[in-house]
Design a protein around this ligand. Structure first.
Ligand SMILES: NC(=O)c1ccc[n+]([C@@H]2O[C@H](COP(=O)([O-])OP(=O)(O)OC[C@H]3O[C@@H](n4cnc5c(N)ncnc54)[C@H](O)[C@@H]3O)[C@@H](O)[C@H]2O)c1
Ligand SMILES: [Zn+2]
Ligand SMILES: [Zn+2]
Length: 362
């Protein structure tokens, strides 16, 4: 944090942050304070952050754009401490949600309501902990604050709002909305991690009559019921037959993939009825070969994409009114000093009965 000097000015101080040092290496260490660089920036003191599966991918060295020295993390709830001269909508003291996607509000993609591809900072909306320093830190610089930040309503807690930075909008936008869930639909969700559970939690809002969760992990299937699944299927050799049996043999209207493996996309594709939608959320690392010779005649759609986080205002209202119990996503709490432990628990989530971790300064 900034230290006053004897002369009354300020020195550039230092803060602590989780810094990436190449595959498998990270450290909670001293870095220069987050500071305003552009008039459209604000600095946010991080009060709550979390870890995403993408952070684990980065640590495995899977995301080449993340280089040695980058502060990790792309989700935060915090308090504005400094505002740039051009910022109109936020003031010091405001409690804000820092979403995974930053938007300039002016480029062609922002104007199409698709800030996932905001052209202004590096050509992609996901910049924190990727192209610029991230949120697993005592403070973070937020570019384009007016168009990117969200004020958190007084009756929404930090432990609820933090899951609206990434997981909940992802399950909702890339799963439920892209899949076009409609009243009465049957929906299958393959993969009941944080993102699949977010899809399960929000698909009921569109009146799905049946929500079938498919996972290999029994703890996740129990969670799926808690989050609103009407049926659960343990993934195995009979997954497709088991799901079809629950839908009178015809398949589901919307099949959501929330794992990111070739076999789980193939499973999701095998569950959909003619005219239905396969909504792929998973991040894929290898090519997937789909049985187009069987699929072409089924009139099915396949959707995919990076989350835009434009549903955050809707989701915030739903959390505020009690329709979405977002706090259920958080299963473990840690302090900044325990970040290593938080990564260990999250990295071995299945063995630890963990979903998402909540990380606070102390
Ligand atoms: N498209 C986007 O914008 C976006 C954003 C965030 C995350 N994602 C992706 O969404 C996916 C899910 O994220 P998450 O954080 O929930 O991950 P996660 O690892 O917490 O959950 C994955 C779930 O899949 C289950 N699973 C594993 N193998 C399976 C199988 N063969 N059959 C059925 N279930 C199986 C696991 O038990 C686990 O519950 C990941 O690929 C992630 O990278 C995409
Ligand atoms: Zn993420
Ligand atoms: Zn833009």
């Amino acid at each position: 944090m900034k230290q006053p000097t004897a002369a009354g000015g300020t020195n550039v101080g230092s803060m602590k942050a989780l810094v990436y040092h190449g595959p498998g290496r990270k450290a909670w260490e001293d870095v220069p304070d987050a500071a305003i660089a552009e008039p459209t920036d604000v600095v946010v003191k991080v009060d709550t952050t979390t870890i995403c599966g993408t952070d684990l991918h980065i640590l495995h060295g899977d995301v080449a754009a993340v280089t040695d020295g980058r502060i990790l993390g792309h989700e935060a709830v915090g308090t504005v401490t400094e505002v740039g001269d051009a910022v109109k909508g936020f003031s010091p003291g405001d409690r804000v949600l820092v979403p995974a996607i930053t938007k300039c509000g002016r480029c062609e993609y922002c104007q199409r309501n698709m800030p996932s591809h905001c052209q202004t900072v590096g050509g992609i909306g996901w910049i924190f902990g990727h192209l610029i320093d991230g949120t697993q830190a005592e403070a973070v610089r937020v570019p384009y604050a007016d168009t990117s930040l969200y004020a958190v309503p007084g009756n929404v807690t930090n432990e609820q709002a933090i899951f609206l930075a990434d997981s909940l909008p992802t399950g909702y936008e890339v799963g439920v909305l892209a899949g076009k869930v409609r009243p009465g639909d049957t929906v299958a969700v393959v993969g009941a991690g944080a993102v699949g559970l977010a899809a399960i939690l929000t698909t009921g809002l569109w009146g799905a009559s049946r929500v079938i969760a498919v996972d290999t992990n029994k703890f996740r299937l129990d969670k799926a019921r808690e989050f609103g699944a009407t049926d659960t299927v343990e993934a195995g050799d009979n997954t497709t037959a088991d799901v079809l049996a629950l839908t009178d043999g015809v398949g589901v209207d919307v099949s959501i993939e929330a794992v990111g493996y070739p076999e789980t996309l193939l499973t999701a594709a095998s569950l959909v009825r003619p005219g239905g939608t396969i909504a792929n959320i998973g991040v894929h690392g290898v090519p997937v070969s789909l049985p187009m010779q069987d699929m072409w005649i089924q009139n099915v759609s396949l959707t995919m994409g990076l989350v835009d986080t434009v549903s955050i205002p809707t989701l915030l209202k739903m959390v505020a009114s009690g329709r979405i119990p977002a706090e259920k996503m958080g299963t473990h709490s840690f302090t900044f000093a325990q970040l290593d432990q938080a990564y260990d628990v999250f990295g071995n989530a299945a063995e630890n009965s963990a979903l998402k971790v909540v990380i606070t300064p102390a």
